[in-house]
Design a protein around this ligand. Sequence first.
Ligand code: LLP
Length: 418
Amino acid sequence: MNYFNYVDNKLWCEGVPVLEVAQAVGTPFYLYSHRTLKRHFEVFDSAFEDIPHIVCFSAKANSNAAILKIFINEGSGIDIVSGGELYRALEAGADPRKIVYSGVGKREEEIRYALESDILMFNVESSQELEVINTCAGRMNTVARISLRVNPDVDPMTHPHISTGMRENKFGIDIEKSLGEYRRAAKLDHIKVIGVDCHIGSQITQIAPFIDALDRLKKLISSLRNEGIGIRYLDLGGGLGITYDQETPPHPKAYAKAIMDSARDIDCTFIFEPGRVIVGNAGILVCEVLYTKNNADKRFVITDAGMNDLMRPSLYNSYHEVRPVELKERKDVLSDVVGPICESSDFFARGRVIPALERGDLMAVMSAGAYGFSMSSNYNSRPRVPEVLVRDEAFYVIRSRETRADLARGESIPDFMR
Ligand code: LLP
């Protein structure tokens, strides 16, 4: 459920016409609905109200300070994968004791920063990393709380680029090796084992892979407890999918029920790291049609947003619905909706029958709130676009449009060339 609707043939976000925002900030821009964001968080969080849990919103899906703040105000923790995300989380006011840190390549400086910040735990992804965390913590005279990120070897049945919990993926520690690693971790002076973690993939639209992973982790937890290794946290990662097109992912309530049915008796605090399911359908990318043309038998609709602004279609061939911001009498035509970037993979829709948009029309790329702005780049020297948040009848620019000067910020021409 989201708050992007047509009223009198015009697309609105909550109580604001999208056109009004476009007139104020220019195109392209990301537009988020506060009510949708808040509601998605509440629905997810309250689905687990019967068990001790912390929802740690996954900052990589959308790391804008104002967006993080919405969830932090609702009690959310933050799932981070870099020192940069830790900085953003702390700046937005996150409780460090609700921050969990995953990622296969944590640098020592990032580990020290996380230790200084006293985050809840590191999700450790290799034995070398465990060693390094132990050493860093030793030098700082402290103890690092950790989980091992276990790779449970389940198939999440999603796009191969976003599947993470199978043996061939780079993530986590093989479940068969994990008991040995835990034994080793438990003996390290500056490590305190407190949990078990996994994250099997993203845009998962079935419950079964989550429960398969959970079953494997439950067995591991009981083996660990039998050996006297205390486990207080069970982190199931993120990954719940959303509807972009025809997908029918489980509702968070059904996902939660299945997890609780299978794991209510474990006596752990559960951690969840949702990203997409909270923000994905709470944001759109609004752009303007610059030109149309026909090549071969196809109509090309060329927009002022490109793959640098939203790279999911180029990267995963992923589907995003495209809609006119204003509905008019238009014929449906087979079209490719493409951006201005000099790459053939710069597209938002390919071979799709859509209303015949014309030069000057505004278009919305739907379901762009997750991994949209956060994956955007300056490719082709394009300033990154603004992000705007609507709340009721008002809108707020929560990130301004980059300027041309921003593009070259930090660059310098060595003296010998002058
Ligand atoms: N936790 C960890 C450790 C993760 O690696 C991720 C996502 C999440 C949580 C959040 O997953 P979510 O609930 O959003 O599925 N760029 C891709 C998605 C990459 C996901 C990476 N990890 C896309 O646009 O589809």
